[in-house]
Design a protein around this ligand. Structure first.
Ligand code: GLU
Length: 416
């Protein structure tokens, strides 16, 4: 996020825009503006040097009117309570947009996993899980991977929670390895869902996937799989960037080869069949579709002027600041907001949780088909609101999600 933008303020501003169309009762609206429960913990970790370091950790349950709280855990040096709160609010609207029975949560630890050993990350994960175990559980709040956390981290979380209970509790986290109750298809779920949303957008705009030029900002799990699936379907991924820089080839990149290169050199830069670019240069490349799939606030007032694309599909959560979003809308760029475009991850997390609770597992075709159906339905519902109310897709998605949450809050009433 650029230094002077507070992510939670941005999220609240979007809530306010949605409410201009929803006109919620002030009592309900006020309840949607505050998180339900926030936990701040201190995580002591014995480092390999023998010294004990303390890392601040958080878990925010924004709302659970529609079901257990749900959302990822992020390990990143810039994690703050305010950021986690904003991301928990986004999870709340996201689960409602795709109409799965969850509220929203998010967690994080302010640490730099890129300079920590595997053992240090394991000890951090286990102690953090213990600290937040007082509020998580398969019926209450179910974590999942997010920035710099993966299947292995989820396995350690599941194991720690299960050891504390004395029996295996696979349903306490999603995004686990398949061998301990993870779901087939979870790894690429966010990206497959995003591709479904892009295909729907193309149909709406009268464009075709064949030869579509795509630029991907962020080459982690979401960016990599999105690039790979789109290339497989006939699109031309012409540039990809990671945190260190970008590689560009107007003829289209071989995504597996770029991934191979990144594995070896820890960056996509230097890939021999591409030209090295800076991330800023990548943003000025003309394309049909841009996929920001890294951190929030990457597209902001300093670089939005350079963007020349038709469609933006947000793989990351809030990668565009609100002021930059207004500029893109003004330019007529079709922006698919993260609460719709990247919801495939949490949709398959929902499938994983259902499978864990039932101890009954589905095959990959069933997962893909159900995910597709949900993503297509959500896209159509959001598009219909956008057309009916003549509003952009972000506001339309907010109208849909917030309306569903508000209905649940309102019908449940106020306790006591
Ligand atoms: N971290 C992902 C997101 O932001 C997935 C969350 C989940 O599966 O619970 O949507």
């Amino acid at each position: 996020m650029s230094a002077n933008v507070n992510l939670f303020d941005e999220v609240l501003a979007n809530l306010e825009s949605a409410n201009r169309h929803l006109h919620l009762h002030p009592n309900i609206y006020q309840r949607l503006r505050v998180p339900r429960r926030s936990l701040i913990v201190s995580v002591p970790v014995q480092m390999d040097s023998g010294r004990v370091e303390f890392f601040p950790g958080y878990r925010v349950q924004y709302d659970f009117a529609r079901g257990p709280a749900k959302g990822g855990i992020r390990y990143h040096p810039r994690v703050t309570l305010e950021e986690v709160t904003a991301l928990a609010a986004l999870m709340t609207w996201k689960c409602a947009v795709v109409d799965i029975p969850f509220g929203g949560a998010k967690g994080g630890v302010a640490c730099d996993p890129t300079v920590m050993s595997r053992g240090e990350i394991e000890r951090l994960t286990r102690r953090y899980t213990y600290e937040i175990s007082i509020i998580i559980g398969p019926e209450t709040d179910i974590p999942a991977p997010d920035v710099y956390t993966d299947e292995q981290v989820m396995a350690w979380m599941m194991d720690t929670y299960s050891m504390m209970k004395g029996y295996s509790v696979p349903g306490v986290v999603t995004g686990k390895p398949v061998s301990i109750g993870g779901s087939l298809g979870r790894n690429k779920a966010t990206s497959s869902g995003l591709v479904t949303a892009v295909i729907e957008a193309l149909m709406h705009l009268g464009l075709s996937l064949d030869g579509l030029s795509v630029v991907v900002l962020g080459f982690g799990k979401v960016g990599f799989h999105a690039a790979r699936i789109l290339s497989g379907l006939g699109a031309k991924v012409i540039a990809v960037a990671d945190s260190k820089g970008a590689t560009y080839n107007p003829q289209g990149l071989d995504i597996d080869a770029v991934a191979e290169h990144k594995k070896k050199y820890e960056t996509v830069q230097g890939y021999k069949k591409g030209e090295d670019l800076s991330v800023d240069e990548l943003l000025s490349i003309e394309s049909d579709c841009l996929i920001p799939a890294a951190l929030e606030g990457q597209i902001n007032m300093t670089n939005v002027g350079k963007i020349k694309t038709r469609i933006i599909a947000e793989g990351a959560n809030n990668p565009i600041t609100n002021d930059a979003d207004a500029v893109l809308n003004e330019k007529g760029v079709f922006v698919l907001p993260g609460i719709l475009a990247n919801a495939g991850g949490v949709v398959v997390s929902y499938f994983e949780w259902v499978q864990d609770l039932q101890r009954f597992f589905w095959n990959e075709d069933e997962i893909d088909e159900r995910l597709n159906t949900i993503m297509r339905r959500a896209f159509k519902e959001v598009l219909a609101i956008s057309i009916e109310k003549k509003i952009d897709m972000r506001t339309a998605a907010m109208v849909l999600g917030v309306k569903r949450v508000a209905e649940a809050v309102s019908i449940r009433g106020l306790y006591p």
